[in-house]
Design a protein around this ligand. Structure first.
Ligand SMILES: C[S@@+](CC[C@H](N)C(=O)[O-])C[C@H]1O[C@@H](n2cnc3c(N)ncnc32)[C@H](O)[C@@H]1O
Length: 234
């Protein structure tokens, strides 16, 4: 069964559990994006911006940034984080499938495994929503978890890391988390680089380079835990 991940999961508890780990790598991730994909004057869409860790880095580097997230808690935190920055990012609370920016952006970042929380049709609508907001020739950077290196983590041989026990069943990644004595069952669909390429091609993009996460190394599907797919808006 695919229970999914509801938007209500992205709350203050999520922030408390994940922010220390995510903050530690935000600056380096943003630096890679800026040096490899951005040029002066570009407008950046931080799609599913969460609490704004990348939004803040891009704004600090002088880029105009639009941050969008469906969780009110996350956008409140993102607004707090970026309130003193210039140029001040625009932050919106809205699902990506329906969001429309005031003008098309040059580069869009979808970071830290944002697909697969619901149905595949929902992922398709989300990507089509992003395509509508990226100018033709503009770029979507999609960073996510590679299921091909997780095949040995099964229901019978799960893995426990920190507050989470997880395993792969088909293309579904199951996570049982215990945070502050509260247990939550979550699951998400993981896309291989190939299956993601197909979905992106159906959603208005052409897939180009694939990197080993936020690094300049090429992605190898049998060994690398995360990918960063570069998709150009048709
Ligand atoms: C794992 S977090 C990643 C946040 C951020 N990109 C980062 O790297 O810190 C996923 C985020 O996606 C948001 N999200 C999930 N589905 C969404 C949707 N359909 N539209 C907009 N935001 C969504 C959640 O609220 C959450 O903040």
């Amino acid at each position: 069964m695919h229970s999914g991940i509801p938007i209500s999961y992205f709350n203050d508890q999520y922030f408390g559990a994940y922010a220390p780990m995510l903050d530690a790598r935000a600056a380096e991730e943003a630096r890679f994006v800026i040096s490899t994909f951005l040029k002066q004057g570009d407008i950046v869409l931080d799609a599913a911006c969460g609490y704004g860790r990348h939004t803040a880095e891009f704004a600090q580097a002088g880029f105009r940034v639009i941050g969008v997230d469906a969780s009110e808690v996350m956008t409140r935190l993102a607004k707090e984080r970026t309130k003193d920055l210039h140029p001040q990012p625009e932050i919106f609370t809205e699902p990506l499938a329906t969001f429309t920016a005031s003008q098309p952006v040059d580069v869009c970042l979808l970071a830290f495994s944002v697909l697969g929380y619901g149905t595949q049709d929902e992922d398709h609508s989300l990507l089509e929503g992003l395509a509508r907001n990226i100018r033709p020739g503009g770029v979507l950077l999609l960073e996510g978890k590679n299921p091909e290196v997780l095949q040995r983590i099964t229901k019978d041989a799960p893995q426990t890391t920190g507050f989470e026990t997880h395993w792969l069943e088909g293309d579904i990644w199951h996570m049982n988390q215990t945070i502050e004595y509260k247990s939550t069952e979550l699951s998400m669909r993981l896309y291989t680089a190939d299956s993601l390429t197909k979905l992106l091609e159906q959603s208005g993009f052409t897939v180009g380079d694939i990197y080993n996460g936020f690094s300049d190394k090429p992605f190898h599907t049998q060994t690398d835990g995360r990918y960063l797919v570069v998709a150009t808006r048709k």
